[in-house]
Design a protein around this ligand. Structure first.
Ligand SMILES: [Ca+2]
Ligand SMILES: [Ca+2]
Length: 287
């Protein structure tokens, strides 16, 4: 049976945007809103539930009001885990969901209970702005610290399955404010810089840093479609871009208030975009 999310896509592809909008309304689909500073979205855990998890910062700098909720396939929003500070990037590693927060990297089990996995005080340098998370095939977790958001103090860390924290080698003269992270093969990490808006590839074994594409403003999230196309969001400009395998950059969405950390859903049909300042999650059809 077609759920409302896929009905939304089918209608958008069949009709003009405005006609589709009227039909979407008639079908009962409501694009989820009412989030308080949503930062990251992820379709965590395999399985038929189709849940989209959303981290919400709440008030910036206020502790205890951050949370993770999920959207079901009907567009309804449900509580999941709360009591965090300013939760941002989400990643799955093994059986658990991880979230970057002020206290460090938190591990959330499927029942919504969380514990501190890598404490902020255990990092080689004090964490300033723990931002995105990514996991590799071995279960290591990568955390970007965007520093002072102006180009000072940024770093990328690797946290092993056993919790050992090391700094990832990269060319710091190029990457000054790392934000979005995405694995690229076993030895590559894509990084988008929040200050320069440049997308880099870091070779993990050597630290060799190569420019892939540029023009992403306040670069935030990176995601990959099923055909290998990359998607990059620009938080400051409220935009989402695609990057072809040949490196051609195309604007695919603008007019958002602040496009934060994106994902491609498991159907491969949508880029899901948390519009942080608008408090909404946008379903952007890409198929
Ligand atoms: Ca908060
Ligand atoms: Ca981010």
């Amino acid at each position: 049976m077609m759920n409302k999310r896929n009905l939304l896509l089918a209608l958008t592809l069949m009709f003009s945007a405005s006609a589709a909008h009227a039909l979407i309304k008639a079908s009962g689909w409501v694009e989820p809103e009412g989030f308080v500073s949503p930062e990251s979205v992820l379709e965590a855990w395999d399985g038929p539930d189709g849940r989209i998890y959303v981290s919400e910062i709440g008030e910036f700098g206020k502790d205890g009001d951050g949370k993770v909720r999920f959207i079901d396939t009907e567009g309804q929003v449900h509580p999941f885990a709360d009591g965090m500070d300013d939760p941002k990037g989400l990643a799955m590693a093994g059986e658990n969901l991880y979230v970057a927060d002020k206290q460090g990297v938190l591990k959330i089990t499927r029942d919504g209970k969380w514990t501190v996995f890598a404490a902020a005080g255990d990092f080689p340098a004090p964490l300033q702005f723990p931002n995105d998370l990514e996991a590799d095939a071995k279960g290591n977790i990568y955390l970007s610290d965007t520093g002072d958001l102006k180009g000072q103090g940024g770093a990328i860390y690797r946290i092993s399955k056993t919790g050992k924290i090391t700094r990832v080698k990269a060319d710091d003269t190029l990457i000054s404010a790392p934000n979005g992270l995405l694995m690229d093969g076993n030895d590559g990490l894509l990084v988008v810089d929040f200050v320069s808006g440049i997308l880099y590839r870091v070779q993990l074994s050597t630290g060799k840093t190569t420019k892939i594409a540029e023009g992403f403003g306040g670069g935030d999230g990176i995601a990959r479609g099923k055909d290998g196309t990359l998607y990059v969001s620009d938080w400051k400009g409220g935009k989402v871009f695609s990057v072809s395998k040949k490196g051609t950059v195309k604007l695919i969405k603008d007019g958002l208030q602040s496009a934060a950390d994106i994902t491609v859903d498991k159907s491969g049909w949508y880029v899901l975009v948390p519009d942080m300042k608008a408090g909404r999650v946008i379903y952007l059809p890409i198929k």
